[in-house]
Design a binder for this molecule. Structure first.
Ligand code: FAD
Length: 510
């Protein structure tokens, strides 16, 4: 009877997109005993003949607590062991620049006073590892080279275009196939087809913005024949801040660094029009880079690697009825400046399944209630996740200014130091920097914003109360005590100033 009951409760879960978010979602669904089918536009990443899409060429990423936490909850201890084995901890930023006397400098800024680090990970390797784990599960089936082309979320049917017919048997050789499902998870990235079809069923608000910035990747090669293969510190995210643009570098296990130039379209157009300017542009704004990447390689990499746009997407809701939900970039693609896009997408998976499990328990094993429980769960998911996804989208946009410019500002450093000092010496206050809350904790992004704004207001009030008010009080005291002398002095300054203005005007007329 139990076997029959479990059989009845098994649902057909279709995941669209086998990127990091879709793969983790499939793992969660498979762990719950559902029949999982994964449909992916491209070929199998693990197959060397599969050409990766250009926009997946962001080779390494910063993985932080939220992504790790979502993987911890995937019930796959080997996944966390794997991640620990292949990541490089980055404990802070390394700011590179040039002093007025022309000397190059590096300045380390730790991310966290408690010594916590974010992790550099090869995005493709993580994705492949997730696919390997899914492959081992008997209730998971892959459909590579399948592109979602249509979906009816009232009848729970979907249509896929099969690109590589040779890998399928005769029955499946149709150009387009139709499938049905109980529940679809759309994790098909920023240009999501699931989201496009969902819009026809849900009253979805949608907003997208391309920022005036392009990105292009470069490689710093490892040192040959040396014990230390890294040319710059492996435990930092390196930044060359250029105020209006920046160059960053993230370490890889083989000793290389993947670097990214983020710059406005006009700068790209300038460099594209005359690539011989590239080395001098780098020498001027990103000092030291041409000694890490030979000028001719810099030009060659700029010319051969794609120049890609950055999109920021907000929408709501993320679901329709009990049939479909969108996660990851499909729901909230963001600019990469907080290193949170993938982390937030992986966190979506944890939060979605927490909510689904909670409502599932309430059905008391009555499979007839499954769909309505899921509908309530998905509505709760959309309501809970929307303010957090919108918050991290906004934070990511704001952090571009922090990375390319504020890191050089004394006010920024002063606030960071003060907040860290308070977090260590007055822990009862519960103060933390915004960065720590985002990257080393799991509290809701919207809460992070509220707490950080509150801390900012307290700091301003303290500054005004502790410094501004005593100065004002001192000024008033001096005024009343030495009114006449101060008045005479002020009148003298005013009289002389006006005299100077009149003489200047008179002189000009002549
Ligand atoms: P994707 O990785 O885009 O995967 C979507 C999958 O769906 C793809 O495999 C695609 O082929 C498939 N697909 C698309 N359309 C269809 C269809 N019609 N049918 C079937 N399948 C389809 N995030 C971080 O957390 N840390 C970082 O440091 C970081 N750095 C970044 C740097 C750059 C330059 C960029 C651009 C992004 C960065 N990100 C970072 C963001 C991160 O790359 C994304 O948030 C993450 O890849 C989203 O994962 P996803 O699975 O939702 O989507």
């Amino acid at each position: 009877f139990i076997g029959k009951m479990e059989e009845e409760r098994r649902q057909k879960v279709v995941v669209v997109g086998a990127g990091p978010v879709g793969s983790l979602a499939a793992l969660y669904a498979a762990n719950r005993g559902h029949d999982v089918e994964i449909y992916e536009l491209r070929g199998d990443l693990r197959d060397p003949s599969t050409t990766p899409l250009n926009f997946t060429r962001s080779i390494n990423l910063a993985l932080s607590e939220r992504g790790l936490n979502a993987m911890r909850h995937a019930n796959q201890p080997r996944l966390i062991d794997y991640v620990k084995g292949v990541t490089i901890p980055m404990r802070g930023r390394m700011i590179h620049g040039k002093r007025p006397d022309g000397k190059l400098y590096e300045e380390a800024q730790d991310y966290d006073i408690h010594g916590r680090s974010i992790l550099a990970i090869d995005r493709g390797d993580l994705n492949k590892r997730l696919l390997d784990m899914l492959e081992e599960m008997p209730n998971v089936t892959f459909f590579f080279n399948h592109k979602l082309t249509g979906a009816d979320f009232k009848r729970n049917k979907a249509w896929f275009e099969v690109k590589d017919e040779s890998t399928y048997n005769l029955r499946d050789r149709a150009r387009e196939i139709e499938i049905d499902f109980d529940f679809m998870i759309g994790a098909d990235g920023a240009h999501s087809a699931v989201r496009y079809h969902l819009m026809k069923f849900a009253r979805m608000d949608y907003q997208q913005e391309y920022i005036d910035t392009l990105w292009c990747e470069f490689q710093i090669a490892p040192r040959a024949e040396s014990k230390n293969k890294f040319r710059i510190s492996p435990n930092h995210l390196h930044i060359w801040p250029g105020k209006e643009f920046m160059f960053i570098a993230i370490p890889s296990e083989d000793g290389s660094f993947t670097c990214t130039l983020f710059a406005p379209v006009a700068i790209y157009e300038l460099l594209e029009s005359d690539s011989s300017q590239i080395p001098s542009f780098f020498d001027k704004y990103f000092p030291g880079v041409t000694s890490l990447i030979h000028p001719s390689d810099l030009i060659a990499q700029f010319q051969s690697n794609p120049h890609l746009p950055l999109i920021s997407i907000k929408c709501k809701p993320y679901h329709f009825s009990s049939s479909v939900v969108i996660l990851g970039d499909a729901a909230h693609a963001m600019v990469p400046f907080y290193g949170q896009g993938m982390n937030a997408g992986l966190e979506d998976v944890r939060i979605l399944f927490d909510i689904l499990d909670k409502h599932d328990r309430m059905t008391n094993d009555d499979s007839s209630l499954e769909a309505s429980a899921r509908e309530i769960a998905l509505a709760e998911y959309s309501a809970v996740r929307m303010p957090d996804a919108h918050a991290i989208n906004d934070l990511a946009l704001q952090n571009y200014i922090e990375m390319r410019s504020s890191v050089l500002s004394p006010v920024y450093r002063w606030r960071k130091a003060l907040e860290e000092w308070l977090s260590v010496y007055v822990p009862s206050l519960g103060w933390q920097t915004k960065y720590s809350r985002v990257s080393f904790g799991n509290e809701r992004y919207s809460e992070v914003v509220k707490k950080s704004d509150y801390q900012g207001q307290v700091l301003v009030r303290t500054l005004v109360g502790g410094v501004g008010l005593p100065m004002l009080a001192g000024g008033l005291f001096l005024w009343f005590r030495y009114k006449d002398a101060v008045g005479r002095a002020a009148y003298g300054v005013f009289y002389n100033f006006m005299g100077m203005v009149c003489r200047t005007i008179h002189g000009r007329r002549r």
